[in-house]
Design a protein around this ligand. Sequence first.
Ligand SMILES: Nc1ncnc2c1ncn2[C@@H]1O[C@H](COP(=O)(O)OP(=O)(O)OP(=O)(O)O)[C@@H](O)[C@H]1O
Length: 407
Amino acid sequence: MLIETGLGLLVSSAMLTSIRTNNMPDKKKIEKIFEYTKTWVTTQGNDIKKPQFIREDNITADEKVIGIEYVYRLPLGMPFKKLEYLNENVGVFKDGLHKNVEIDFNEGMMHLNVYEADLPKSWDYVDEKLEGWKVPIGKTYKELIMHDFDSTPHLVGGGTTRYGKTNLVKGIITSLIINHPEDVELYLIDLKSGVEFYRYRNLKQVQMVATNVAETYDLLTEVMLKLEVEKGYYRDNGWSNVIESPIKKRTFVIIDEAGDLVPESFMDKDEKDMHKECQWMLSHIARIGGAFGFRELFFSQYTTADVLPRQIKQNCDAKISFKLQNGYSSEVVLGEGNTQAADLEKIPGRAMFKDGATMHKLQVPRIYDKQMEKLLQDHYVTKRKDITDEQQADGDTNELIQIRDID
Ligand SMILES: Nc1ncnc2c1ncn2[C@@H]1O[C@H](COP(=O)(O)OP(=O)(O)OP(=O)(O)O)[C@@H](O)[C@H]1O
């Protein structure tokens, strides 16, 4: 059986425009696109086998019809990857139908989901109780996507500046604290001089906030020591993974701008070594820590291989990318062949989220600082290093005192 090659490259924009401008039903347009892109296989006897239409169903969300799912059986020998490429990288269905189209494949069937509406341009974070270690990541056309930090311990993220990385991290921090006030420990690294995270230092769940590389070194050294202690404890109890153990605690290391950990040529040896050791410790925590309840969120606007070390990427099965300048940067975050983040609309909060092999286009919830302060107001405490000299003279240094305001 011979497979036609050069799929999407043969389709001209004139062909797609002709589809778009007449009133042809979507199903017919889809089949025209198969034809124009030579989406078929030919047998040795020169028979042409095309995707076979099976059925169409309404797609509903909140009891409203938001689109139609077209299901096709692919002929043997036709790789779904090519259709996925045509849709996601070339955009033939979206351009031809002039609608948003998602494509997936299961049990031998290709599902083309054609949506009438676009994703929301913005939606507000909603405070809700979630089971396990799930946090909301964003809304797709049809559902709210959660990330479960117990199924996939670490998350890597990238995106051009001002497209919403910090907002996502703030939403995740809020969700973790609201849902696990007694069990979550947070180590925050904010190399933008602490302008975003330093204000959270007095949250009970926040163990340390680092605002420069020297502080990051100390913070990561502490996490490494904790990891060593946990490893011994697990070994002594015969546990191989936190999920199988009775341990409820999870320790999150969150870094908002990992680009500042890259050693530069102008730095002296000691400084370079400190940067390299920070990178190494982050890689080590991502590689070893997952089984022992350590979770890492690793974000940067610089999407190059030296900023996102291979070891971190290999150990982070969940990836999120906001708008990026080019396909190469998108591939650095989302993996080879995944150039979609370059084609995202210029909308803050719009992102591609890859969870294992599944890719979603979604809109991340917007969380406002005031909303976050309100949601977390009961979790602020006075920490020992913030206690005044006067209190120390009174010997009032041991207890953590509720009530302190954020700043
Ligand atoms: N999910 C969202 N929905 C709507 N607007 C958003 C969303 N996320 C961010 N924004 C808007 O974009 C602005 C920048 O967001 P944010 O600070 O999170 O970006 P960033 O990628 O972290 O930028 P930088 O790299 O400069 O830190 C916010 O102030 C807000 O106005």
